[in-house]
Write a new protein. Structure first.
Length: 205
């Protein structure tokens, strides 16, 4: 952790100016982390004061650059909602096109897809077409009524425990909480428990 007073006067002034002018909740929160750390607050004190995750504070206090404020911004402000880059998408499409060559059935890898038993996963016309045209793809269905085998079910179930039986003042408040849970690492899941007991609401705000 940087020492108290690690910011120069110019850095502190720029951070305070950006804090006053920005409307972005996440951007302002990350600026406050740096300013509070400059005042000698610990990660835990900052997390408690801002009502955010300790891990988020630890990350931004280490990686936040007071000389490059754009690094503190959420890229979704510029319309980037994707987790992958355009370069990655292009590369992925090249691999797909190459593997769709005529010898894919003989030389291509086996692709195993695990699905739950939703009715739209079991349309017979689609299953028949996959078997006929894409023999390299093998479908495996989870046992019926076995949500513990489907990890995403555990994520949704745990997330619901944070929002059930709560009165939110606005849709934005609910959105901010879901973003913290799903995108910023605040969702706690106790994987060893059965799904009906998965997760605990360990944050109150």
């Amino acid at each position: 952790m940087p020492a108290k007073g690690f910011l120069t006067a110019s850095q502190k002034e720029n951070l305070q100016k950006a804090l006053r002018e920005s409307d972005s909740h996440h951007f302002r929160e990350r600026i406050l982390m740096l300013l509070l750390m400059n005042d000698g607050k610990t990660y835990k004190e900052i997390a408690d004061f801002l009502g955010c995750a300790y891990r988020s504070v630890a990350y931004w206090c280490v990686h936040g650059d007071p000389d490059n404020l754009d690094r503190l911004r959420d890229q979704r402000e510029q319309g980037n909602y994707r987790k992958v880059t355009q370069k990655y998408i292009q590369r992925l499409m090249e691999v797909i096109e190459r593997n769709l060559a005529c010898d894919f059935q003989e030389k291509g890898p086996k692709i195993l897809i695990i699905l739950d038993n939703a009715s739209y996963h079991k349309r017979q016309d689609i299953l028949s077409e996959i078997e006929r045209s894409l023999p390299n793809i093998q479908l495996y269905f989870l046992p019926a009524y076995s949500p513990d085998f489907n990890l995403i079910e555990l994520v949704w179930h745990s997330c619901k425990e944070y929002i059930a039986h709560r009165l939110f003042q606005s849709v934005e408040q609910l959105h901010n909480l879901l973003n913290r849970l799903l995108n910023e690492g605040e969702l706690i899941i106790e994987w060893h428990r059965k799904i009906k007991h998965k997760g605990e609401a360990l944050i109150a705000s």
